[in-house]
Design a protein around this ligand. Sequence first.
Ligand SMILES: Cc1cc2nc3c(=O)[nH]c(=O)nc-3n(C[C@H](O)[C@H](O)[C@H](O)COP(=O)(O)OP(=O)(O)OC[C@H]3O[C@@H](n4cnc5c(N)ncnc54)[C@H](O)[C@@H]3O)c2cc1C
Ligand code: HEM
Length: 400
Amino acid sequence: MPFDPAVIRASFAVVERRADHMAKYFYAHLFAGNPGVRAFFPAQMTEQRDRFFAALTQIVLRMENPEQLTGYLRALGRDHRKFQAAPEHYPAVGASLIAALRHFSGHSWTPEIEKAWTEAYTVIARTMTGAAAGVRPEVPAWWEAEVATRRRAAADIVVLTLMPMRPYPFVPGQYLTLSSPRVPKVWRPYSIANAPRSDGTLDVHVRRVPDGLLSTALVDDAAPGELLRLGPPLGDAVLDPHSRRPLLAVAAGTGWGQTRALLEQLAAGPADRDVTVVLAARSQAEQYDLPAVERLLARCARLRVLPTAPARGEGRADADAPVRDALARYGHWSGWDVHLSGPPGLAPSLTALLTELGADPALIRHDPAPVTFNRARPLTSSEWFLDQRDVPWINRTDLG
Ligand SMILES: Cc1cc2nc3c(=O)[nH]c(=O)nc-3n(C[C@H](O)[C@H](O)[C@H](O)COP(=O)(O)OP(=O)(O)OC[C@H]3O[C@@H](n4cnc5c(N)ncnc54)[C@H](O)[C@@H]3O)c2cc1C
Ligand code: HEM
Protein backbone atom coordinates (compact mmCIF):
# COMPACT_ATOMS: atom_id res chain seq x y z
CA MET A 1 0.00 0.00 0.00
CA PRO A 2 1.51 3.35 -0.98
CA PHE A 3 0.38 5.17 2.20
CA ASP A 4 0.26 4.61 5.94
CA PRO A 5 -3.26 3.80 7.22
CA ALA A 6 -2.18 4.81 10.74
CA VAL A 7 -1.59 8.40 9.58
CA ILE A 8 -5.08 8.48 8.14
CA ARG A 9 -6.71 6.94 11.20
CA ALA A 10 -5.06 9.45 13.50
CA SER A 11 -6.01 12.41 11.32
CA PHE A 12 -9.60 11.23 11.00
CA ALA A 13 -9.93 10.93 14.78
CA VAL A 14 -9.36 14.71 14.94
CA VAL A 15 -12.36 15.52 12.75
CA GLU A 16 -14.68 12.59 13.45
CA ARG A 17 -16.96 14.37 15.91
CA ARG A 18 -17.63 17.13 13.39
CA ALA A 19 -18.54 14.75 10.63
CA ASP A 20 -21.94 16.36 9.94
CA HIS A 21 -20.38 19.75 9.32
CA MET A 22 -17.60 18.20 7.31
CA ALA A 23 -20.07 16.44 5.01
CA LYS A 24 -21.96 19.71 4.42
CA TYR A 25 -18.71 21.48 3.66
CA PHE A 26 -17.66 18.68 1.31
CA TYR A 27 -20.85 18.93 -0.77
CA ALA A 28 -20.83 22.73 -0.82
CA HIS A 29 -17.22 22.61 -2.02
CA LEU A 30 -17.97 19.94 -4.62
CA PHE A 31 -21.05 21.63 -6.07
CA ALA A 32 -19.61 25.17 -5.99
CA GLY A 33 -16.50 24.10 -7.88
CA ASN A 34 -18.29 21.67 -10.21
CA PRO A 35 -21.87 22.84 -10.77
CA GLY A 36 -22.41 20.12 -13.39
CA VAL A 37 -21.97 17.40 -10.73
CA ARG A 38 -24.98 18.68 -8.69
CA ALA A 39 -27.38 17.18 -11.25
CA PHE A 40 -26.21 13.65 -10.44
CA PHE A 41 -27.43 13.93 -6.85
CA PRO A 42 -31.01 13.96 -5.52
CA ALA A 43 -32.67 17.28 -4.70
CA GLN A 44 -33.05 16.42 -1.02
CA MET A 45 -29.86 15.07 0.48
CA THR A 46 -30.22 15.23 4.23
CA GLU A 47 -29.94 11.55 5.11
CA GLN A 48 -27.88 10.59 2.06
CA ARG A 49 -25.24 13.14 2.82
CA ASP A 50 -23.85 10.60 5.26
CA ARG A 51 -23.66 7.58 3.05
CA PHE A 52 -21.45 9.02 0.37
CA PHE A 53 -18.95 10.91 2.46
CA ALA A 54 -19.11 8.50 5.40
CA ALA A 55 -18.26 5.65 3.06
CA LEU A 56 -15.22 7.43 1.74
CA THR A 57 -13.81 7.90 5.17
CA GLN A 58 -14.86 4.49 6.49
CA ILE A 59 -13.17 2.84 3.53
CA VAL A 60 -9.91 4.54 4.25
CA LEU A 61 -10.15 3.58 7.90
CA ARG A 62 -10.56 -0.09 6.93
CA MET A 63 -7.47 -0.40 4.82
CA GLU A 64 -6.11 -3.26 6.96
CA ASN A 65 -8.09 -5.82 5.01
CA PRO A 66 -7.16 -4.98 1.40
CA GLU A 67 -8.78 -8.08 -0.10
CA GLN A 68 -12.18 -7.43 1.46
CA LEU A 69 -11.89 -3.73 0.69
CA THR A 70 -11.05 -4.30 -2.95
CA GLY A 71 -14.14 -6.52 -3.33
CA TYR A 72 -16.31 -3.82 -1.77
CA LEU A 73 -14.81 -1.04 -3.90
CA ARG A 74 -15.14 -2.99 -7.11
CA ALA A 75 -18.84 -3.64 -6.42
CA LEU A 76 -19.30 0.04 -5.49
CA GLY A 77 -17.56 1.15 -8.69
CA ARG A 78 -19.73 -1.10 -10.86
CA ASP A 79 -22.82 0.09 -8.99
CA HIS A 80 -21.82 3.75 -9.62
CA ARG A 81 -22.59 3.27 -13.31
CA LYS A 82 -26.24 3.78 -12.33
CA PHE A 83 -25.36 7.24 -10.92
CA GLN A 84 -23.64 8.01 -14.23
CA ALA A 85 -20.39 8.67 -12.38
CA ALA A 86 -17.53 8.77 -14.91
CA PRO A 87 -13.73 8.70 -14.38
CA GLU A 88 -13.50 12.47 -15.02
CA HIS A 89 -15.69 13.15 -11.94
CA TYR A 90 -13.39 11.40 -9.49
CA PRO A 91 -10.65 14.04 -9.19
CA ALA A 92 -13.24 16.68 -8.21
CA VAL A 93 -14.65 14.43 -5.48
CA GLY A 94 -11.14 13.73 -4.21
CA ALA A 95 -10.24 17.43 -4.16
CA SER A 96 -13.37 18.26 -2.15
CA LEU A 97 -12.69 15.43 0.29
CA ILE A 98 -9.18 16.75 0.95
CA ALA A 99 -10.49 20.33 1.21
CA ALA A 100 -13.09 19.28 3.81
CA LEU A 101 -10.58 17.31 5.86
CA ARG A 102 -8.04 20.14 5.71
CA HIS A 103 -10.63 22.74 6.74
CA PHE A 104 -11.81 20.78 9.79
CA SER A 105 -8.36 19.60 10.89
CA GLY A 106 -7.09 23.13 11.52
CA HIS A 107 -3.51 23.26 12.71
CA SER A 108 -3.16 19.49 12.94
CA TRP A 109 -3.17 19.17 9.11
CA THR A 110 0.32 18.51 7.73
CA PRO A 111 1.78 17.86 4.25
CA GLU A 112 2.39 14.24 5.33
CA ILE A 113 -1.31 13.79 6.16
CA GLU A 114 -2.41 15.39 2.91
CA LYS A 115 -0.10 13.07 0.99
CA ALA A 116 -1.51 9.99 2.77
CA TRP A 117 -5.16 10.96 2.03
CA THR A 118 -4.34 11.82 -1.59
CA GLU A 119 -2.67 8.47 -2.12
CA ALA A 120 -5.48 6.62 -0.40
CA TYR A 121 -8.10 8.35 -2.52
CA THR A 122 -6.13 7.57 -5.68
CA VAL A 123 -6.19 3.85 -4.83
CA ILE A 124 -9.94 3.97 -4.10
CA ALA A 125 -10.81 5.89 -7.27
CA ARG A 126 -8.61 3.67 -9.42
CA THR A 127 -10.23 0.51 -8.05
CA MET A 128 -13.77 1.84 -8.55
CA THR A 129 -13.27 3.22 -12.05
CA GLY A 130 -11.31 0.12 -13.11
CA ALA A 131 -14.18 -2.14 -12.02
CA ALA A 132 -16.77 0.04 -13.79
CA ALA A 133 -14.71 -0.02 -16.98
CA GLY A 134 -14.44 -3.81 -16.77
CA VAL A 135 -18.21 -4.44 -16.85
CA ARG A 136 -19.22 -6.24 -20.04
CA PRO A 137 -20.84 -3.75 -22.43
CA GLU A 138 -24.06 -5.75 -22.66
CA VAL A 139 -24.65 -5.38 -18.89
CA PRO A 140 -26.80 -2.28 -18.38
CA ALA A 141 -26.01 0.37 -15.75
CA TRP A 142 -29.60 -0.12 -14.53
CA TRP A 143 -32.63 -2.18 -15.51
CA GLU A 144 -36.05 -0.70 -16.26
CA ALA A 145 -38.76 -2.70 -14.48
CA GLU A 146 -42.52 -2.36 -14.59
CA VAL A 147 -44.62 -2.62 -11.44
CA ALA A 148 -46.74 -5.68 -12.27
CA THR A 149 -48.75 -5.82 -9.04
CA ARG A 150 -48.88 -4.06 -5.71
CA ARG A 151 -50.32 -5.92 -2.72
CA ARG A 152 -50.80 -4.44 0.74
CA ALA A 153 -49.44 -7.02 3.17
CA ALA A 154 -49.82 -5.06 6.44
CA ALA A 155 -50.75 -1.49 7.37
CA ASP A 156 -47.35 -0.07 6.36
CA ILE A 157 -46.00 -2.85 4.13
CA VAL A 158 -46.58 -3.56 0.45
CA VAL A 159 -45.32 -6.37 -1.73
CA LEU A 160 -44.42 -5.09 -5.20
CA THR A 161 -44.01 -7.58 -8.01
CA LEU A 162 -41.68 -6.15 -10.64
CA MET A 163 -41.16 -7.24 -14.21
CA PRO A 164 -37.67 -6.25 -15.45
CA MET A 165 -37.61 -5.36 -19.16
CA ARG A 166 -34.40 -7.38 -19.61
CA PRO A 167 -33.27 -10.54 -17.82
CA TYR A 168 -32.13 -9.72 -14.29
CA PRO A 169 -29.88 -12.52 -12.99
CA PHE A 170 -29.49 -12.72 -9.21
CA VAL A 171 -28.87 -15.22 -6.43
CA PRO A 172 -31.47 -15.68 -3.63
CA GLY A 173 -30.37 -13.65 -0.61
CA GLN A 174 -29.15 -10.70 -2.69
CA TYR A 175 -30.66 -7.23 -2.64
CA LEU A 176 -31.10 -4.59 -5.32
CA THR A 177 -31.29 -0.84 -5.28
CA LEU A 178 -34.43 0.81 -6.52
CA SER A 179 -35.25 4.24 -7.87
CA SER A 180 -38.56 5.80 -8.87
CA PRO A 181 -39.22 8.82 -11.09
CA ARG A 182 -41.52 9.99 -8.27
CA VAL A 183 -38.36 10.89 -6.28
CA PRO A 184 -35.68 11.29 -8.96
CA LYS A 185 -32.12 10.13 -8.31
CA VAL A 186 -33.00 8.64 -4.92
CA TRP A 187 -31.78 5.04 -4.77
CA ARG A 188 -32.43 2.71 -1.82
CA PRO A 189 -31.63 -0.98 -1.21
CA TYR A 190 -34.41 -3.63 -0.94
CA SER A 191 -34.03 -7.38 -0.58
CA ILE A 192 -35.22 -9.55 -3.44
CA ALA A 193 -37.99 -11.61 -1.84
CA ASN A 194 -38.09 -14.68 -4.10
CA ALA A 195 -35.90 -17.25 -5.81
CA PRO A 196 -35.58 -16.72 -9.59
CA ARG A 197 -38.88 -17.42 -11.41
CA SER A 198 -39.48 -18.66 -14.91
CA ASP A 199 -41.42 -15.48 -15.78
CA GLY A 200 -38.51 -13.29 -14.61
CA THR A 201 -40.61 -11.31 -12.08
CA LEU A 202 -39.28 -10.42 -8.69
CA ASP A 203 -40.82 -9.24 -5.44
CA VAL A 204 -39.74 -6.60 -2.97
CA HIS A 205 -41.38 -6.11 0.44
CA VAL A 206 -41.37 -2.43 1.35
CA ARG A 207 -42.23 -0.87 4.68
CA ARG A 208 -43.17 2.80 4.84
CA VAL A 209 -40.65 4.70 6.97
CA PRO A 210 -42.00 7.91 8.55
CA ASP A 211 -41.00 10.79 6.24
CA GLY A 212 -39.14 8.31 4.05
CA LEU A 213 -38.64 9.59 0.53
CA LEU A 214 -38.70 6.41 -1.49
CA SER A 215 -40.56 4.03 0.84
CA THR A 216 -43.51 6.44 1.06
CA ALA A 217 -43.65 6.76 -2.73
CA LEU A 218 -43.55 2.98 -3.13
CA VAL A 219 -45.99 2.08 -0.37
CA ASP A 220 -48.54 4.83 -0.98
CA ASP A 221 -48.32 5.63 -4.67
CA ALA A 222 -46.52 3.07 -6.86
CA ALA A 223 -49.13 1.78 -9.30
CA PRO A 224 -49.17 -1.17 -11.68
CA GLY A 225 -47.76 -0.17 -15.05
CA GLU A 226 -45.29 2.42 -13.79
CA LEU A 227 -41.58 2.03 -14.40
CA LEU A 228 -38.89 1.81 -11.74
CA ARG A 229 -35.14 1.43 -12.11
CA LEU A 230 -33.17 -1.44 -10.58
CA GLY A 231 -29.47 -1.24 -9.86
CA PRO A 232 -27.35 -4.39 -10.24
CA PRO A 233 -27.85 -7.15 -7.63
CA LEU A 234 -25.65 -6.75 -4.56
CA GLY A 235 -24.83 -8.56 -1.35
CA ASP A 236 -23.40 -11.92 -0.44
CA ALA A 237 -25.77 -13.07 2.32
CA VAL A 238 -26.61 -16.03 0.13
CA LEU A 239 -26.68 -19.75 0.99
CA ASP A 240 -23.31 -21.46 1.12
CA PRO A 241 -23.72 -23.73 -1.92
CA HIS A 242 -21.53 -26.46 -0.40
CA SER A 243 -23.08 -26.53 3.05
CA ARG A 244 -25.22 -29.42 4.29
CA ARG A 245 -25.31 -27.96 7.80
CA PRO A 246 -28.67 -27.18 9.42
CA LEU A 247 -29.80 -23.60 8.87
CA LEU A 248 -31.18 -21.02 11.31
CA ALA A 249 -32.74 -17.89 9.79
CA VAL A 250 -33.90 -14.96 11.91
CA ALA A 251 -36.15 -12.64 9.91
CA ALA A 252 -37.47 -9.43 11.44
CA GLY A 253 -40.11 -7.29 9.71
CA THR A 254 -39.51 -7.00 5.97
CA GLY A 255 -36.34 -9.04 6.53
CA TRP A 256 -38.78 -11.90 5.89
CA GLY A 257 -38.43 -11.14 2.15
CA GLN A 258 -34.78 -12.15 2.07
CA THR A 259 -35.44 -15.26 4.16
CA ARG A 260 -38.34 -16.23 1.93
CA ALA A 261 -36.00 -16.14 -1.11
CA LEU A 262 -33.57 -18.49 0.67
CA LEU A 263 -36.37 -20.87 1.68
CA GLU A 264 -37.74 -20.97 -1.87
CA GLN A 265 -34.27 -21.93 -3.08
CA LEU A 266 -34.00 -24.67 -0.44
CA ALA A 267 -37.51 -25.93 -1.21
CA ALA A 268 -36.48 -26.49 -4.84
CA GLY A 269 -33.61 -28.79 -3.78
CA PRO A 270 -33.32 -32.02 -1.78
CA ALA A 271 -34.85 -31.91 1.74
CA ASP A 272 -31.56 -32.84 3.41
CA ARG A 273 -31.21 -30.05 5.98
CA ASP A 274 -33.06 -29.04 9.12
CA VAL A 275 -34.19 -25.42 8.81
CA THR A 276 -35.47 -23.26 11.66
CA VAL A 277 -36.89 -19.80 11.00
CA VAL A 278 -37.57 -17.28 13.75
CA LEU A 279 -40.06 -14.88 12.20
CA ALA A 280 -40.16 -11.69 14.27
CA ALA A 281 -42.79 -8.96 13.99
CA ARG A 282 -43.31 -5.79 15.98
CA SER A 283 -46.93 -6.78 16.63
CA GLN A 284 -49.23 -9.65 15.73
CA ALA A 285 -50.97 -7.44 13.15
CA GLU A 286 -47.63 -7.03 11.36
CA GLN A 287 -46.96 -10.76 11.10
CA TYR A 288 -47.55 -10.75 7.33
CA ASP A 289 -47.29 -13.17 4.39
CA LEU A 290 -48.40 -16.15 6.52
CA PRO A 291 -50.00 -18.01 3.54
CA ALA A 292 -46.53 -18.12 1.93
CA VAL A 293 -45.14 -19.50 5.19
CA GLU A 294 -47.82 -22.22 5.18
CA ARG A 295 -47.00 -23.15 1.58
CA LEU A 296 -43.30 -23.46 2.40
CA LEU A 297 -44.09 -25.57 5.47
CA ALA A 298 -46.15 -27.90 3.28
CA ARG A 299 -43.27 -28.26 0.80
CA CYS A 300 -40.40 -28.67 3.30
CA ALA A 301 -40.74 -31.52 5.77
CA ARG A 302 -37.68 -30.39 7.77
CA LEU A 303 -38.70 -26.73 8.08
CA ARG A 304 -39.79 -25.32 11.43
CA VAL A 305 -41.11 -21.74 11.73
CA LEU A 306 -41.33 -19.94 15.07
CA PRO A 307 -43.36 -16.74 14.72
CA THR A 308 -42.68 -14.23 17.49
CA ALA A 309 -44.37 -10.94 18.34
CA PRO A 310 -44.96 -9.04 21.56
CA ALA A 311 -48.10 -10.11 23.41
CA ARG A 312 -51.18 -7.92 23.02
CA GLY A 313 -50.85 -4.78 25.11
CA GLU A 314 -47.07 -4.74 24.95
CA GLY A 315 -45.30 -2.10 22.88
CA ARG A 316 -43.23 -2.80 19.81
CA ALA A 317 -40.10 -2.19 21.85
CA ASP A 318 -40.92 -5.53 23.47
CA ALA A 319 -40.43 -7.35 20.14
CA ASP A 320 -36.83 -8.12 20.98
CA ALA A 321 -37.51 -10.33 23.99
CA PRO A 322 -39.52 -13.12 22.26
CA VAL A 323 -36.82 -13.43 19.58
CA ARG A 324 -34.16 -13.86 22.22
CA ASP A 325 -36.36 -16.30 24.16
CA ALA A 326 -37.00 -18.39 21.04
CA LEU A 327 -33.29 -18.55 20.19
CA ALA A 328 -32.37 -19.51 23.74
CA ARG A 329 -35.21 -22.02 24.15
CA TYR A 330 -35.07 -23.88 20.86
CA GLY A 331 -31.50 -24.70 20.36
CA HIS A 332 -27.85 -24.79 20.77
CA TRP A 333 -26.62 -23.37 17.48
CA SER A 334 -23.16 -24.88 17.28
CA GLY A 335 -22.53 -26.18 13.74
CA TRP A 336 -25.53 -24.32 12.25
CA ASP A 337 -25.41 -21.88 9.34
CA VAL A 338 -27.12 -18.68 10.45
CA HIS A 339 -28.79 -15.99 8.31
CA LEU A 340 -29.98 -12.74 9.87
CA SER A 341 -32.25 -10.35 7.98
CA GLY A 342 -33.98 -7.27 9.28
CA PRO A 343 -33.34 -3.68 10.30
CA PRO A 344 -29.85 -2.33 10.94
CA GLY A 345 -28.82 -3.21 14.47
CA LEU A 346 -30.44 -6.65 14.36
CA ALA A 347 -27.28 -8.41 13.20
CA PRO A 348 -24.85 -7.00 15.79
CA SER A 349 -27.36 -7.54 18.58
CA LEU A 350 -28.17 -11.16 17.66
CA THR A 351 -24.65 -12.12 16.65
CA ALA A 352 -23.54 -11.53 20.23
CA LEU A 353 -26.42 -13.62 21.63
CA LEU A 354 -26.05 -16.43 19.11
CA THR A 355 -22.33 -16.66 19.76
CA GLU A 356 -23.12 -17.11 23.44
CA LEU A 357 -25.55 -19.85 22.39
CA GLY A 358 -22.85 -21.77 20.54
CA ALA A 359 -23.06 -20.37 16.99
CA ASP A 360 -19.79 -19.99 15.10
CA PRO A 361 -19.44 -16.29 14.07
CA ALA A 362 -17.81 -17.47 10.80
CA LEU A 363 -21.09 -19.19 9.84
CA ILE A 364 -23.30 -16.11 10.46
CA ARG A 365 -24.31 -14.19 7.33
CA HIS A 366 -26.22 -10.93 6.88
CA ASP A 367 -26.29 -7.83 4.68
CA PRO A 368 -23.99 -4.94 5.49
CA ALA A 369 -25.50 -2.18 7.60
CA PRO A 370 -25.73 1.19 5.81
CA VAL A 371 -22.57 3.19 6.42
CA THR A 372 -23.02 6.23 8.62
CA PHE A 373 -20.70 8.30 10.72
CA ASN A 374 -20.26 7.10 14.24
CA ARG A 375 -21.32 10.52 15.45
CA ALA A 376 -23.02 9.07 18.52
CA ARG A 377 -19.89 7.35 19.79
CA PRO A 378 -19.74 8.37 23.43
CA LEU A 379 -16.42 9.82 24.52
CA THR A 380 -17.07 9.93 28.25
CA SER A 381 -18.86 7.61 30.66
CA SER A 382 -21.57 10.21 31.29
CA GLU A 383 -22.25 10.48 27.56
CA TRP A 384 -22.44 6.72 27.39
CA PHE A 385 -24.90 6.61 30.28
CA LEU A 386 -27.14 9.35 28.83
CA ASP A 387 -27.16 7.85 25.37
CA GLN A 388 -28.08 4.27 26.23
CA ARG A 389 -30.78 2.70 24.05
CA ASP A 390 -32.55 -0.38 25.27
CA VAL A 391 -33.44 -2.27 22.08
CA PRO A 392 -31.12 -0.99 19.42
CA TRP A 393 -32.62 -2.73 16.39
CA ILE A 394 -36.13 -1.51 17.13
CA ASN A 395 -35.79 1.87 18.73
CA ARG A 396 -32.88 3.20 16.76
CA THR A 397 -34.86 3.26 13.56
CA ASP A 398 -38.33 2.94 12.19
CA LEU A 399 -37.14 0.65 9.48
CA GLY A 400 -38.29 -2.69 8.95
C1 LIG B 1 -29.09 -4.10 2.50
C2 LIG B 1 -30.43 -3.43 2.80
C3 LIG B 1 -31.60 -4.08 2.48
C4 LIG B 1 -32.82 -3.47 2.75
N1 LIG B 1 -33.96 -4.14 2.46
C5 LIG B 1 -35.16 -3.60 2.72
C6 LIG B 1 -36.38 -4.29 2.43
O1 LIG B 1 -36.37 -5.42 1.91
N2 LIG B 1 -37.54 -3.66 2.72
C7 LIG B 1 -37.59 -2.40 3.28
O2 LIG B 1 -38.69 -1.90 3.51
N3 LIG B 1 -36.46 -1.72 3.57
C8 LIG B 1 -35.26 -2.27 3.28
N4 LIG B 1 -34.10 -1.57 3.56
C9 LIG B 1 -34.20 -0.17 4.00
C10 LIG B 1 -34.40 0.72 2.74
O3 LIG B 1 -33.24 0.65 1.94
C11 LIG B 1 -34.61 2.22 3.03
O4 LIG B 1 -33.62 2.65 3.94
C12 LIG B 1 -35.97 2.51 3.60
O5 LIG B 1 -36.99 2.12 2.69
C13 LIG B 1 -36.09 4.04 3.90
O6 LIG B 1 -35.87 4.75 2.71
P1 LIG B 1 -36.63 6.13 2.49
O7 LIG B 1 -36.10 6.76 1.25
O8 LIG B 1 -38.10 5.92 2.53
O9 LIG B 1 -36.24 6.95 3.79
P2 LIG B 1 -35.18 8.16 3.90
O10 LIG B 1 -35.73 9.30 3.13
O11 LIG B 1 -33.82 7.64 3.57
O12 LIG B 1 -35.20 8.45 5.44
C14 LIG B 1 -36.40 8.86 6.11
C15 LIG B 1 -36.17 8.95 7.59
O13 LIG B 1 -35.79 7.67 8.10
C16 LIG B 1 -34.54 7.78 8.75
N5 LIG B 1 -33.71 6.64 8.34
C17 LIG B 1 -33.51 6.20 7.08
N6 LIG B 1 -32.67 5.16 7.06
C18 LIG B 1 -32.34 4.96 8.34
C19 LIG B 1 -31.52 4.03 9.00
N7 LIG B 1 -30.86 3.08 8.31
N8 LIG B 1 -31.40 4.12 10.34
C20 LIG B 1 -32.06 5.07 11.02
N9 LIG B 1 -32.88 5.96 10.47
C21 LIG B 1 -33.00 5.91 9.16
C22 LIG B 1 -33.91 9.02 8.25
O14 LIG B 1 -33.09 9.60 9.24
C23 LIG B 1 -35.06 9.91 7.94
O15 LIG B 1 -35.47 10.63 9.06
C24 LIG B 1 -32.87 -2.17 3.33
C25 LIG B 1 -31.68 -1.51 3.64
C26 LIG B 1 -30.47 -2.13 3.38
C27 LIG B 1 -29.20 -1.41 3.75
C1 HEM C 1 -13.89 7.22 -4.39
C2 HEM C 1 -14.94 7.81 -4.72
C3 HEM C 1 -16.35 7.48 -4.29
C4 HEM C 1 -16.85 6.73 -3.26
C5 HEM C 1 -16.08 5.94 -2.21
C6 HEM C 1 -18.27 6.79 -3.34
C7 HEM C 1 -19.14 6.15 -2.47
C8 HEM C 1 -20.50 6.25 -2.51
C9 HEM C 1 -21.40 5.55 -1.66
C10 HEM C 1 -21.02 4.54 -0.59
C11 HEM C 1 -22.64 5.92 -1.99
C12 HEM C 1 -23.94 5.44 -1.35
C13 HEM C 1 -24.44 4.31 -2.20
C14 HEM C 1 -25.71 3.74 -1.69
O1 HEM C 1 -26.25 4.16 -0.65
O2 HEM C 1 -26.19 2.81 -2.39
C15 HEM C 1 -22.55 6.85 -3.07
C16 HEM C 1 -23.61 7.45 -3.67
C17 HEM C 1 -23.48 8.29 -4.75
N1 HEM C 1 -22.34 8.59 -5.45
FE1 HEM C 1 -20.50 7.96 -5.03
N2 HEM C 1 -18.61 7.56 -4.41
C18 HEM C 1 -17.47 8.01 -5.02
C19 HEM C 1 -17.38 8.79 -6.12
C20 HEM C 1 -18.42 9.33 -6.81
C21 HEM C 1 -18.29 10.15 -7.97
C22 HEM C 1 -16.99 10.56 -8.65
C23 HEM C 1 -19.55 10.50 -8.34
C24 HEM C 1 -19.85 11.36 -9.54
C25 HEM C 1 -20.78 12.13 -9.72
C26 HEM C 1 -20.47 9.88 -7.39
C27 HEM C 1 -21.84 9.99 -7.40
C28 HEM C 1 -22.67 9.44 -6.47
C29 HEM C 1 -24.11 9.69 -6.45
C30 HEM C 1 -24.90 10.56 -7.41
C31 HEM C 1 -24.60 8.98 -5.36
C32 HEM C 1 -26.04 8.92 -4.88
C33 HEM C 1 -26.13 9.93 -3.79
C34 HEM C 1 -27.48 10.00 -3.16
O3 HEM C 1 -28.29 9.07 -3.35
O4 HEM C 1 -27.67 10.97 -2.44
N3 HEM C 1 -19.75 9.17 -6.51
N4 HEM C 1 -21.23 7.03 -3.38
